[in-house]
Design a protein around this ligand. Structure first.
Ligand SMILES: [Cu+2]
Length: 148
C-alpha cells in the first residue's frame, strides 16, 4: 500500500517534468527527486546501532518479507549489514547500489549470516530485494535503503 502510493506520487512528480522536456536538464530533475525523498526521511531515526564507529544493522529475511523493510543511514557512515535467512535460503541486493566485491547471487542460508561492509557514499533511496527464489511470494520481498 505504502509503496503503491509512493509510486503514484513519483509518477505525478515525474510526468510533468517529462512532458516539459529536457529544458531544465537531467541533473536538475535528479536533484528534485533526491530532495523529495530526503524530506520523507529527514525526521526519522537512523537504523541499527553505532559500534566502534560503524553503523551495524541487522536484516532478517523471511518468506516473504524483510525485517526491517526500511533502512535509513546517513551519508558518509561506515555500514555493516548483517543479513540472516530465518526460514529458507534467501538473497540480498540493493538495486543500483554497488557494494564492491559482493556477488548479488550469493545464497544466504539459515544459520550462516551474510555480512556486508561498505561506506554509504551516495545520497539516495534504493530498493532492496531477495535475489534467490524462495517460494511463491519471493517477488514480494522488498524494502527501501535510504542514504540521507
Ligand atoms: Cu526470495
Amino acid at each position: 500500500m505504502f509503496k503503491k502510493i509512493n509510486s503514484v506520487l513519483m509518477l505525478m512528480l515525474l510526468l510533468p517534468m517529462f512532458l516539459m522536456g529536457c529544458a531544465n536538464g537531467d541533473v536538475g530533475k535528479a536533484e528534485k527527486i533526491v530532495g523529495y525523498n530526503m524530506d520523507r526521511f529527514a525526521d526519522m531515526d537512523a537504523s541499527g546501532t553505532i559500534i566502534d564507529g560503524v553503523r551495524v544493522i541487522e536484516v532478517k529475511a523471511y518468506q516473504f518479507y524483510f525485517e526491517n523493510e526500511l533502512i535509513i543511514v546517513n551519508k558518509g557512515e561506515k555500514i555493516k549489514l548483517i543479513i540472516t535467512a530465518e526460514d529458507a535460503p534467501h538473497g540480498f541486493e540493493i538495486e543500483g547500489f554497488n557494494i564492491p566485491g559482493y556477488d548479488i547471487n550469493t545464497q544466504i542460508r539459515p544459520g550462516i549470516p551474510l555480512v556486508l561492509e561498505f561506506v554509504a557514499n551516495e545520497k539516495g533511496v534504493w530498493n532492496f530485494i531477495c535475489t534467490i527464489f524462495c517460494g511463491f511470494g519471493h517477488s514480494d520481498m522488498a524494502g527501501e535503503f535510504v542514504i540521507r
